[in-house]
Design a protein around this ligand. Structure first.
Ligand SMILES: NC(=O)c1ccc[n+]([C@@H]2O[C@H](COP(=O)([O-])OP(=O)(O)OC[C@H]3O[C@@H](n4cnc5c(N)ncnc54)[C@H](O)[C@@H]3O)[C@@H](O)[C@H]2O)c1
Length: 339
């Protein structure tokens, strides 16, 4: 990368995920640099700006229009994404936008229309596509190595539920959590989803139910290809962050297993003991976040289209909305019924 000026990024929202993106961009991607951050929480902004030696912008507008900001990352709370995307579209600067784009399809369309109208480059933060293990499953399907895909199985279980304040504004399990698995189902099979059947329960914490959400769910998807995907979700896996994908086809199967926090093991007369799974997404998925940033840099520099454009985020939201309707109406819901 020597001799080539880095693309300078401004990060909006430096909470859990924005702080991590700011750190990765500042230190781990040679072609990118961090220029400034903004957060409505002064404390969060000052803490990240101070730690990383960059400016804390006085507002989102100022950050987007700064001369030393070439591209913008929107990592704020979900309900602010569309307004910030629309504002970013007026600058023409490439945008990295965290998932989900919105919890509301009409709002999402408003944001994507503004971006498309401005010819804006947008990459959605559906990072699991960049995980090397999940990608190997997709590759085994795409190359035909496992033949015609019949079944996909996705287990996606968090180590512990998010705070209730987050649950209340998150759009619930299907829009906040399963949205990644909906994307994975389309990504692995390469086939659109035509029908969603979801069942959910509150098995972890009654307070999640009181907040109008579920913490345990199973979803069955029917793809246009005829393949079937099952997804199981829990907000609390006592043994760590459990993330597995399996594709089963006419010639074989391909699977991504969980990595371990480290490779040490203990053997005694009682058996063999391995260490725990990585705790959560910040421990498990850093390689995928790094690869997503590398893809962002490559595409922006070369002028190639985004590898994860807004349409991918739209498809995942439609499936999430279909899942909620399926639970409420107790029936399979076709994705064509949504929007
Ligand atoms: N891709 C992933 O793996 C992943 C993981 C976690 C969260 N997310 C997504 O990232 C987004 C943020 O999630 P989080 O867990 O970091 O939440 P968080 O609550 O920890 O952080 C959000 C931050 O945004 C700030 N903020 C809110 N409105 C703002 C505004 N208008 N302008 C500037 N700052 C604003 C808040 O003060 C907070 O610091 C959500 O959309 C979430 O779904 C994605």
């Amino acid at each position: 990368m020597s001799g080539v000026a880095p693309i300078r990024l401004g990060v909006l929202g430096v909470g859990r995920i924005g702080r991590m993106h700011a750190e990765l961009v500042a230190h781990r991607i040679p072609g990118l640099a961090l220029a400034a951050v903004f957060d409505v929480s002064d404390e969060a902004a000052r803490s990240v700006a101070g730690a990383l030696g960059v400016a804390a912008a006085p507002s989102a507008e100022e950050l987007m229009h700064r001369d030393d900001v070439d591209a913008v990352a929107i990592c704020t709370a979900t309900d602010t994404h569309v307004d910030l995307l629309v504002a970013a579209a007026t600058t023409g600067k490439p945008v990295f936008l965290e998932k989900p784009i919105s919890l509301d399809l009409a709002e999402l369309e408003r944001g994507l229309a503004a971006a498309d109208g401005a010819g804006l480059f947008v990459q959605i933060g559906l990072n699991r596509r960049f995980d090397p293990a999940h990608r190997s499953v997709r590759d085994a399907v795409a190359t035909g190595e496992i033949g015609d895909v019949h079944l996909v199985r996705i287990s996606s279980r968090d180590p512990s539920p998010p705070p209730l304040d987050y649950v209340r504004v998150s759009g619930g399990i299907f829009l906040d959590m399963t949205v990644h698995d909906f994307d994975m189902a389309r990504y692995v099979t390469g086939s659109e989803v035509e029908e969603v059947y979801a069942r959910g329960e509150v098995r972890v914490d009654p307070a999640i139910g009181e907040a109008g959400d579920l913490d345990t769910a199973v979803v069955v998807l029917r793809h246009e290809s005829g393949a079937l995907t099952t997804i199981d979700n829990s907000r609390r896996a006592t043994y760590g962050y459990d993330q597995r994908v399996e594709a089963f086809g006419s010639k074989g199967m391909a699977a991504s297993e969980n990595p371990l926090a480290h490779t040490g093991l203990l053997r005694t007369a009682d058996g063999t003991h391995e260490t725990a799974l990585p705790f959560f997404f910040l421990e498990r998925y850093v390689p995928s976040y790094l690869a997503a940033w590398e893809a962002f840099e490559r595409a922006v520099r070369s002028g190639e289209p985004s590898t994860v454009p807004g349409a991918e985020g739209r498809a995942a939201l439609v499936m999430g909305l279909a899942a909620w309707r399926s639970v409420h109406e107790g029936r399979p819901v076709r994705t064509s019924e949504i929007g």
